[in-house]
Design a protein around this ligand. Structure first.
Ligand code: HEM
Length: 373
């Protein structure tokens, strides 16, 4: 989509899309301004049928909730997970190493974040399979584009949410009587000004972590490997200079961001890029375009593994900046480092890609590669 973004950024940087009945914004400066101003550009998109989550709250409620969950989601707590993420990655790769071929999506990038989040939340290992099925259902897109297919997806998601809620309700009850060293126990403990989270808020939040964190991290890992196979010279460069892994992950978030668009609703009439947006209208910020804006990034269509500074908006910007960014970064870095050290000469084996059919997501459904041991 990137050449299209470029064309639109140059020709109609702010335009009204008649089909989707929403405004599209393509320039870095404009996207930045929108995400920086949550009072004018609200996150209450009304997309969620199942009540509010952090992602769709405005201030002051958002601040309160975010402060509470930040306490349980500190960078320190996340960094402690590094040895475990490393060992899960090795285990997953050991199953395919002797074959000389694997599907990055299926064999590594999908299971890794699901296992990590399950452990973080404190889901017992005997329930992992159940847990993975629910989270798969939650992120599965519509198959086909008929009304029926859409209705089927909504119905399946509702069932998964109900079952997951029941499941977490039971875990919550257990942890309430006997706290453990996991996120659910920490969320039960967290308080601000003597106020704790309500049970339903914790349930919603656990489910949000699955929805917001799994497919995105899958796509980050896959997009990084995709880039490495499209540009073998970069694969070699990072393999021989592993100290570049950190900046390579950041550059992947800029160049191939898993989420390319972020929605808001205008709370008042406002002007952006010379266009008059009316109160109540939807505004889509095309991060995938902003990340390639030459007014912000030198040589924006070139992937530079050592690009610095790199103020990409792959994790959004402002008050809703991705809560899971430290975790996603850590998983991305560990996966990339281990892949490059264990797998030589990674090559994509198909001639056609299988894109995920959502305009807001940049990723593929499978990515088969060959490699040398
Ligand atoms: C918010 C991207 C991984 C949890 C966001 C936003 C973006 C994003 C763009 C902002 C949305 C907005 O402004 O409306 C990504 C990407 C990821 C990733 C690209 C992987 C590479 C994760 C993970 C978790 C997570 C691993 C949790 C385990 C959240 C939550 C929010 C959020 C809870 C809402 C924060 C708030 O509203 O205050 N993410 N995310 N994300 N993300 Fe992520």
């Amino acid at each position: 989509p990137f050449p299209i973004y470029r064309k639109l950024r140059e020709s109609t940087p702010v335009r009204f899309d008649e089909d989707r009945e929403s405004w599209d914004v393509f320039r870095y400066e404009d996207v930045h301004r929108i995400l920086k101003d949550p009072a004018t550009f609200s996150s209450r998109r009304g997309l969620e049928v199942r009540g509010e989550t952090l992602l769709t709250m405005d201030q002051p409620k958002h601040t309160h909730m975010r402060n509470l969950v930040n306490k349980a989601f500190t960078p320190k707590a996340i960094n402690d997970l590094a040895p475990r993420i490393t060992s899960i990655t090795h285990d997953l790769l050991d199953q395919v190493l002797s074959k000389g071929q694997m599907d990055i999506v299926h064999d590594l990038a999908t299971p890794l974040p699901v296992i990590v989040i399950a452990e973080l939340l404190g889901v017992p290992s005997k329930d992992r399979k159940l847990f993975k099925d629910w989270s798969d259902t939650l992120v599965k897109g519509v198959e086909g584009n008929s009304q029926e297919a859409f209705a089927k997806m909504v119905a399946e998601r509702d069932v998964a949410v109900r079952e997951l809620s029941e499941y977490f309700r039971a875990i919550l009850a257990e942890r309430r009587s006997k706290p453990e060293d996991d996120l659910v126990s920490a969320l039960l403990e967290a308080e601000i000004d003597g106020e704790k989270l309500e049970e339903d808020e914790i349930l919603q939040f656990c489910i949000l972590l699955l929805v917001a964190g799994n497919e995105t991290t899958t796509n980050l890992i896959t997009n990084a490997i995709r880039l490495m196979t499209e540009q073998p010279a970069i694969q070699e460069q990072v393999r021989t200079h592993p100290e570049l892994v950190k900046t390579t992950v950041e550059e992947t978030l800029r160049y191939y961001p898993p989420i390319v668009a972020i929605g808001r609703v205008a709370t008042e009439d406002v002007e952006i890029g010379g266009q008059q947006i009316q109160k109540g209208q939807q505004v889509v910020s095309w991060v995938g375009s902003a990340n390639r804006d030459p007014d912000k990034f030198e040589d924006p269509d070139t992937f530079l593994p050592d690009r610095k500074p790199n103020a990409h908006m792959g994790f959004g910007f402002g008050i809703h900046f991705c809560l899971g960014a430290p975790l996603a970064r850590l998983e991305g870095q560990i996966a990339l480092e281990i892949l490059l050290s264990k797998l030589g000469d990674m090559q994509f084996t198909k001639s056609k890609l299988s894109p995920i059919p959502s305009p807001f997501v940049f990723g593929v459904k499978s990515y088969p590669i060959t490699f040398t041991a």
